[in-house]
Design a protein around this ligand. Structure first.
Ligand SMILES: Cc1cc2nc3c(=O)[nH]c(=O)nc-3n(C[C@H](O)[C@H](O)[C@H](O)COP(=O)(O)O)c2cc1C
Length: 409
């Protein structure tokens, strides 16, 4: 789920954010650096949502969709109060993830009552109090290094001169020792690893901080860095802001068992055969497994209450059609009710008598080898008589109840 959510900031200013994920999940607030907007977190936000987190990705005042106040209140305290106001409007205590100068704002905002406002703080490429660059220099560098996706900067230029770097460093050092929640300092995540010494020195200011440097890899490999960064973030969150872990025990609800099984990522197949009248039947199944090479055997598990069950129990031949990425509609069709599955699908009769779907990634034509009863399903074991496959297509994948695609990092 995703929608644009507004918060009331300091002095009633309107702050715009993307609210991504499910409100019941542990929440995370993302704060971009100066001269950027919340777009910079887009890939990170998606990764966090997939890891079961509720993400609030906020535009700071004077940036993107949030108000650009006519009185140009862009001083340090206005930003600190904005963040405190947002935190006050949250139902739960989020982990705050703050990039660059926003790290200072977050540190100052949490100084007095960190534990009641937030459950963790992650500082991404924070400015060290000694080597602080002006916000203008920082914003310009950011736009040059990671802002390729942003055609024109979307912020109020006036803030670059008004936001006061001077004195902020000292304030940071005053605040950090009081922040008694878990803190993670990550450097190199936004391509600015070269800017400051290392995360350890910075982290030392906090009573309870870990420090990590994301390995370089050059300024332009943002995608790779996002993967590494998300990995670190999620690992920290799992440890410090643990989610409720569902548990199944024999005899408890089948839904939880299904969800547990859904952690095993699979491809998707369509199992096809002809019924006694010579009509093609088929159903979507992901319980496909290779069993033996010699003799060549495979199996699928079929629900006893499936409409196709009786035909498959008696069929002398059947086929397993492994779907490619373009066949999601076929998967839906063969798992759905009511429609004539073969009317809208290109199919032909295979060499061993079963219907086959020629645009599939792989086709295993089988003769029946064995059938084993197994609870509310039966295991249909086939002897592979012929296997053909198209090595250049990507598979359609299934994981946690959703279709997925291969993702190379
Ligand atoms: C991704 C996915 C995987 C499935 N895997 C199986 C399976 O392995 N075995 C099974 O019996 N049903 C499986 N189903 C459910 C059947 O496809 C669905 O119940 C279908 O409507 C059965 O059709 P039928 O009643 O005409 O036989 C799966 C459905 C989906 C969407």
């Amino acid at each position: 789920m995703r929608y644009v959510r507004e918060f009331k900031g300091f002095a009633g200013i309107r702050l715009e954010s993307d609210d991504i994920g499910t409100a019941d999940d542990p929440s995370i607030i993302l704060l971009h650096g100066f001269g950027q907007t919340r777009k910079i977190w887009e890939d990170v936000a998606v990764g966090l949502e997939q890891a079961g987190r509720h993400v609030i990705n906020v535009d700071l005042r004077g940036h993107g969709g949030s108000d650009w106040p006519s009185d140009a209140r862009y001083d340090f305290d206005a930003y600190v109060e904005d963040l405190r106001a947002v935190l006050g409007q949250m139902r739960t205590r989020p982990v705050v993830v703050a990039a660059m100068h926003s790290g200072w704002i977050a540190t100052a905002a949490l100084a007095e009552d960190a534990a009641t406002l937030a459950s963790g703080l992650i500082l991404v490429d924070p400015q060290s109090e000694s080597g602080a660059q002006s916000v203008r220099a920082c914003a310009e560098e950011l736009s040059a290094s990671v802002g390729q996706g942003l055609a024109k900067p979307d912020y109020d230029e006036r803030l670059l001169d008004i936001f006061d770097v001077d004195g902020s460093g000292a304030r940071l050092l005053d605040s950090a020792p009081h922040i008694n929640i878990p803190v993670l300092v990550v450097r190199g995540a936004l391509g600015s690893g070269h800017r400051a010494e290392n995360s350890t020195g910075y982290a030392d200011a906090f009573p309870n901080a870990e420090a990590i440097n994301v390995d370089g890899g050059g300024l332009l490999v943002n995608a790779e860095r996002t993967e590494a960064f998300n990995g670190l973030l999620i690992d920290f969150l799992e440890r410090k802001q643990p989610r409720f872990i569902p548990e199944y025990r024999s005899g408890s609800d089948a839904r939880t068992l299904r969800d547990a099984m859904g952690c095993f990522a699979t491809g998707i197949t369509i199992i096809t055969a002809h019924d006694a009248d010579g009509k093609p039947i088929g159903l979507t199944a992901n319980s496909f497994t290779s069993v033996s090479l010699d003799p060549p055997l495979l199996l699928v598990c079929i629900a006893n209450n499936a409409g196709s069950a009786e035909t498959l129990r008696s069929a002398q031949s059947f086929a397993v059609n492994v779907l490619q990425i373009g066949q999601q509609p076929v998967s839906n069709l063969f798992a759905g009710k009511g429609e004539d599955r073969f009317a809208g699908t290109r199919w032909e009769v295979g060499e061993y008598g079963a219907p086959i779907l020629p645009s599939s990634l792989g086709i295993f034509e089988c003769t029946r080898n064995a059938l084993h009863e197994a609870g509310d399903h039966f295991l249909l074991v086939g002897k592979v008589e012929k296997a053909s496959f198209e090595p250049r297509r990507d598979p359609l994948l299934y994981f946690r109840g959703k279709y997925r695609r291969l993702h190379f990092t």
